[in-house]
Design a binder for this molecule. Structure first.
Ligand SMILES: Cc1cc2nc3c(=O)[nH]c(=O)nc-3n(C[C@H](O)[C@H](O)[C@H](O)COP(=O)(O)O)c2cc1C
Length: 214
């Protein structure tokens, strides 16, 4: 039974573009057949705590003697890693907040990126290797390649680094630029470009869900 893990982190529960697109991914996935299951984790509605103990960044055998994390936090970490390893594919809504990812999403990353567990120290046998993850990143300004702000995206590069390079997941990225074109007057001239960016993202999300779920 193909299982999708669906993560959202937008604090906007009414007009969020990333929520619209991850929902489109989920609906497309579910539409592929009755066996296509979805596990939902809304990191904004049900935020995780910040990582409470540095020892949680390391598997038990790699901790120092003084690192003894709270068993409840270890339990939560095991639950989150279990959701990730148990999924056949992952979709993550990742809006840009102050040039970086929402702190709610960063907290999830801090829990699941574990040296000696999800990232084996000898580099072999990565449990998440090849697992597809689709990052849907929305941003008010324009960060497309070649634009003046292109180097100011600190959402997608760190997610690629951690999920792709470190955990070995197979990363696809869908971005939407200029989502604030209808709100901020200086961006109003770019309304058509914004609409094009969103339309292209809808197509990309549907295609990815259909391909990855087949
Ligand atoms: C707290 C906060 C910080 C933001 N910081 C930025 C930013 O640094 N750069 C930018 O282009 N847009 C920024 N925005 C705009 C959002 O990236 C944009 O509204 C995006 O569409 C949010 O994703 P969502 O539609 O899925 O909620 C910010 C919005 C919020 C609420």
């Amino acid at each position: 039974m193909p299982r999708l893990l669906h993560l959202d982190s937008s604090a906007d529960l009414e007009t969020s573009v990333s929520r619209e697109l991850t929902r489109l991914f989920v609906d497309t996935w579910r539409g592929l057949g009755p066996g296509h299951a979805v596990v939902e984790r809304d990191l904004h509605r049900s935020p995780l705590p910040h990582l409470p103990d540095a020892g949680l960044h390391y598997a038990p055998q790699l901790r120092t003697d003084s690192e003894r994390p709270d068993p409840a936090a270890e339990g939560l970490q095991a639950e989150l890693i279990g959701e990730l390893t148990g999924a056949d594919a992952v979709v993550i809504g990742a809006p840009m907040y102050n040039s970086s990812m929402p702190s709610t999403l960063k907290a999830w990353i801090d829990f699941v990126h574990v040296v000696g567990t999800t990232v084996p120290v000898d580099g072999s046998g990565k449990p998440l290797a090849g697992k597809p993850v689709t990052i849907v990143s929305t941003r008010g300004n324009n960060y497309a390649p070649g634009t003046a702000s292109a180097s100011g995206d600190f959402v997608v590069p760190p997610l690629r680094q951690v999920l792709g390079d470190s955990l070995g997941m197979s990363v696809s990225v869908v971005t939407v630029d200029l989502t604030l074109a209808n709100r901020l007057p200086p961006l109003a001239p770019f309304a058509a470009q914004a609409a094009e960016s969103l339309a292209a993202a809808r197509v990309a999300v549907r295609d990815l869900a259909a391909t990855l779920g087949s």
